[in-house]
Design a protein around this ligand. Sequence first.
Ligand code: GLU
Length: 459
Amino acid sequence: MSESSPILRPTVRFAPSPTGRIHIGNARTALFNYLFACQFDGRFVLRFDDTDLERSREEYAASIVTDLAWLGIVPDAVVRQSQRVALYHAAATRLREIGRLYPCYETADELDRRRKRQQARGLPPVYDRAALQLTQSERERLEAEGRRPHWRFHLDPGEVTWDDLVRGPCHADAGSLSDPVLVREDGSFLYTLPSVVDDLDLGITHVIRGEDHVTNTAVQLQIFAALGEGRPLPRFAHHNLLTAASGEGLSKRSGALSLTSLRERGIEALAVAALAVLTGTSAAIQPVTSLKALGALFDLGHVSRTSAKFDEAELEALSARTLHAMPLSGLEDRLAELGIGRGAEVDLEAFWLAVRGNLAKLADAGVWWGVVCGPVTPLIEDPEFLAAAKAALPPGAFDGTSWKSWTDSLKASTGRKGKALYHPLRMALTGHESGPDLASLLPLIGPEKAAARLSGEIA
Ligand code: GLU
């Protein structure tokens, strides 16, 4: 990371607009911020960019909170731009006072025609600041005609530079940009100004966001400088964006990759997090057991600068691998929701360790809970052999060695081996063709149920 001074307790923000459900690409931005804050003992602010009242919905804000919590992210603070509009008005007033915000009256059509003329003459389509030439009486006449101004920020000419924590040294020539519109005709604010006002007000030290915002940065840095009164500017980090396997960008409308739908499909949150964070970085994609462990694999400075193809097909497999490595601790509530662990004398830890390696989805554990607790309808393939097997069951309680000593003795007494030996036992004991290792399941099933099932009884 091209960081000269040490990072001390940063404050970061994730700033979605609640106009849809967040997808894995948004999760990537949220996680980058969160993991960065955790790495340096900092704070994570969730900021809802909800100034667009028409498109913002409370249900989306609520789903974003739920989705983040599912990933394991609980913000230190939540703010809403819709409740902070007074601050934006104050900032706009300040910019007017210092001559950096000026009224413009052109309609969209007029601007369009002007741009076309510029292009026809081979000139860049940059706003020509014609509005700055208007006299007071011309402005009054336009207003009398019913025109309302929109307001543009007066950019300083020259090069704007910043040292991006992902992209390295960056620069943009403000002279080649149009003065950006900050306030619409109806008095509402575009994203640019409120974002800067909030970043200043909330003491944001690091702005970590997608590279689709690089083009805003030069403008925002000038607004920071104009409003910041000498306060330190935040550092910027613009990360690459995820694309679908087709190369297409992800959008809020690509519902299949929304966190909500991934959760409903039974994909593990840690698998989503690992894939979102590790795709397009220098670390190999791998299952993790906690966000902390994921944080240890993450370095903002190692995020690639080219777009990263997100392989949806990898999700299911990574989710399964995540489960296979997952410890019981922390899972108890989710298992209890599946009815696992309640009122049974089965050792939950031993059960979990026995079955986790066999699961594609957590919900599949319910099947194996049913198998160890019963009742199971045994599948009887070879009653004679099963009667002999029942007679050979080791005496007393079962332990981790019971399966081996039992099947070794059956091998010797019947001459069976391989599938002929194991398959009828599995079918009778579990009622299933395949499943977790029987050496671990047998002690959980216990002698009484095992004996009954080998005789074909439902137990
Ligand atoms: N609401 C903006 C977005 O979702 C936030 C951009 C930023 O992080 O500054 O893209």
